[in-house]
Every structure is written in C-alpha cells, then in structure tokens.
Design a protein around this ligand. Structure first.
Ligand code: DQA
Length: 151
C-alpha cells in the first residue's frame, strides 16, 4: 500500500487549545484520525508526524523524497507552521530531495498579519491548501491521490 506523509511543524501539537478562533477546537490527534480515514477511502496509508524542530522536519522531507523515488510514497501534506515564513532550509530540502509536497495552512494566512503573507515553501510546493480549517488536510490528501493515482 502506498503512503502519504502528513507532516506538521512547530506549535501544531497544541491544536485544539492554541488560538481556537484561528485553528479550531480539533486536536492534532483528531486531525490525524481524520487523515487516516481519508487515506483509507483511497487505499492509502497515512504516516503522521509532528515536530517543533526545523532539522527534524528537514530530515523527514529528505526521507520522503527517497520514499517517493522508491515508489513507496505518493507525496507529503506539509503544514510548516511559522517556518513557512522564515525557512529557506525547508525550501531547499523540498527542492533538494525532489519531494512532492502540498503546502497546507489551516488559517487563511493572507487574511492575517502581513508577516504571514510570504511563504518560502510555496515556490517549492506542487500546490497549496489555505484557509479551509482542519478539513483542508482531507482535501490535500484527496488532491494527492487524484494527481498521483497509486499504481
Ligand atoms: C499556520 C499559519 C502560520 O502562519 C502559523 O505560524 C502556524 C499555523 C496555519 O496552519 O494556519 O503555526 O501554518
């Protein structure tokens, strides 16, 4: 069974308690359960990971690039949190590993502070899901299965 990696960056372990007016009341465990259910509909295994550490996220993007090349993974749904707006290293990791990445934001970053309007990740991503709340994760998983149907 092919896999999708659902990768969440800094502070997303606080989902449910963190600024619920922005990010909703669902916890990361709720979101990960919903992702696994969406994956099951498409016959895809969902690997869910979260880290507050930039270097750990980089290592997992590299691993995903290798898994995609090996034909075991179709892509990554990646919410880089605030690293979106700061991390050239994550941009370089996606490009360097040739990882297929859908960038995702729960909130509509373009309707928020101007420092959230620029993303270093977007130029390296295949597509972007923004502002659909936690439902966006399911949308992004479905998008990957449509773009890269499992053989
Ligand atoms: C976020 C938006 C970012 O600006 C913020 O730093 C986050 C979450 C989102 O999912 O809406 O941590 O990526």
């Amino acid at each position: 069974m092919k896999k999708i990696l659902v990768l969440n960056g800094p502070n997303l372990n606080l989902l449910g308690q963190r600024e619920p007016e922005q990010y909703g009341r669902e916890t990361l465990a709720d979101v990960e359960r919903m992702c696994r259910e969406e994956g099951a509909k498409h016959g895809i295994e969902i690997d869910c990971r979260q880290s507050n550490w930039e270097g750990q996220l980089i290592d997992w993007i590299h691993e995903a690039g290798r898994e995609i090349k090996a034909g075991n993974m179709i892509g990554v749904v990646f919410n880089p949190g605030a690293y979106t707006h700061t991390s050239i290293a994550l941009h370089d990791a996606i490009k360097g590993a040739e990882a297929i990445v859908i960038e995702l934001h729960i909130s509509n970053v373009h309707a928020r502070e101007s420092f959230r309007h620029h993303s270093f990740i977007s130029p390296a991503a295949r597509g972007i899901v923004v502002g659909l709340g936690t439902k966006g994760y399911g949308v992004a998983i479905e998008a990957l299965t449509r773009l890269y149907p499992a053989q």
